[in-house]
Design a protein around this ligand. Structure first.
Ligand SMILES: [Zn+2]
Length: 339
């Protein structure tokens, strides 16, 4: 009987010092739980004389009721305080001025690249990205660039080892794809390329976008039709293209593609040096030897390929003078490309 009084006192003291509902719950379990102190008392019932047992049982039950009331009262108090604290900490002053978030913008190269991918994806091209470190075979040999070609010169290409180099053109990816996939092929290969070049319009690292179409009956006319569509979408509704004969080892015939000047529309200005035309990309019909190198029969299939500098396209589109502006990370420059 004395123990029951002691338990009530103890429980009251511990409940009073419990500062959170979690702590209070633990105290409650300590006394009223299945292994709690009050339950333990009931287990001693058999040690009590039989005639005293009913009175003892009644007493324990009365104590249980008192403790439950005590805990409930304390719980109400603790919960009310917790709620008040929560409300105070989550209070929002809706009249306070909002913090300004500085929003970034896509880099002009990224924007141009995405725009180019969009245009060509719309024409059914699939995007394929090859590795930046290439073997001499994929970057040069398979593209019909013979051992004595100037593109092999150490001054143009960054060699890593005797056989591996930083790709100097995204065309290397074409070979990898043609080896794996048989025609019809319609692929687009954007990415970074590296050359030992450095002046106002050339940087040692720049971005290229290469396209390749291989199927039965593909002609140079298909190439020009596609380029006209590209120029109209990318530059201006009135943009025209012009093909000039050129030479690339991996295409035959090869052409340079000019687009009517983006600044003067063809009348002649400083940008186009008075000619009305701006050179935009190189292209041509895929050389028979390149198709053969990839196990594609050049008597059955023909194809065209084109490659353009994404940096150059971005410079033309946005009127950027110096290629280094792309890598200087001057915020005043970059901020102008925010949509
Ligand atoms: Zn012009």
């Amino acid at each position: 009987m004395e123990d029951t009084e002691k338990i009530v006192e103890e429980a009251a003291a511990e409940a009073q010092s419990a500062q959170s509902s979690r702590a209070l719950y633990e105290v409650k379990m300590k006394f009223l739980g299945r292994t709690g102190k009050l339950t333990a008392l009931l287990k001693n019932m058999k040690e009590i004389a039989a005639e005293l047992r009913p009175a003892f049982g009644k007493r324990v039950n009365a104590v249980r009721e008192r403790l439950e009331e005590l805990f409930a009262a304390r719980e109400e108090h603790v919960k009310a305080r917790e709620l008040a604290e929560k409300l105070a900490s989550e209070q929002v002053d809706v009249t306070m001025p909002a913090k300004r978030q500085r929003r970034g913008a896509l880099h002009p190269i990224t924007k141009t690249r995405e725009e180019l991918c969009d245009i060509f994806s719309g024409m059914g091209f699939e995007v394929f990205e090859g590795p930046e470190i290439e073997s001499e075979y994929y970057n040069l040999t398979a593209l019909n660039i013979p051992a004595d070609h100037p593109a092999r010169d150490m001054q143009d290409t960054f060699y890593i080892t005797e056989k591996f180099l930083l790709r100097s053109q995204t065309s290397a990816g074409q070979i990898r794809l043609m080896e794996k996939k048989k025609p019809p092929i319609k692929m687009l290969s954007p990415g970074r390329v590296f050359r030992a070049d450095d002046d106002a319009t050339h940087a040692p690292m720049f971005h290229q976008m290469e396209g390749l179409v291989v199927d039965r009956g593909i002609t140079l006319g298909d190439l020009q039709g596609m380029l006209d569509e590209f120029a109209r979408t990318m530059f201006a509704e009135t943009a025209k293209t012009r093909l000039r004969p050129s030479y690339f080892p991996f295409t035959e015939p090869s052409v340079e593609v000019d687009v009517s000047c983006t600044a003067c529309g063809g009348k002649g200005c400083a940008l186009c040096k008075g000619t009305g035309w701006i050179e935009v990309l190189g292209a041509g019909m895929v050389n028979r030897k390149v198709l053969e190198n990839c196990g594609i029969d050049p008597d059955e299939y023909t194809g065209f390929a084109f490659g353009m500098g994404i940096d150059r396209i971005a410079m033309l589109k946005y009127g950027i003078r110096h290629i280094r502006s792309f890598t200087e990370n001057d915020v005043r420059f970059l901020e102008q490309f925010r949509d």
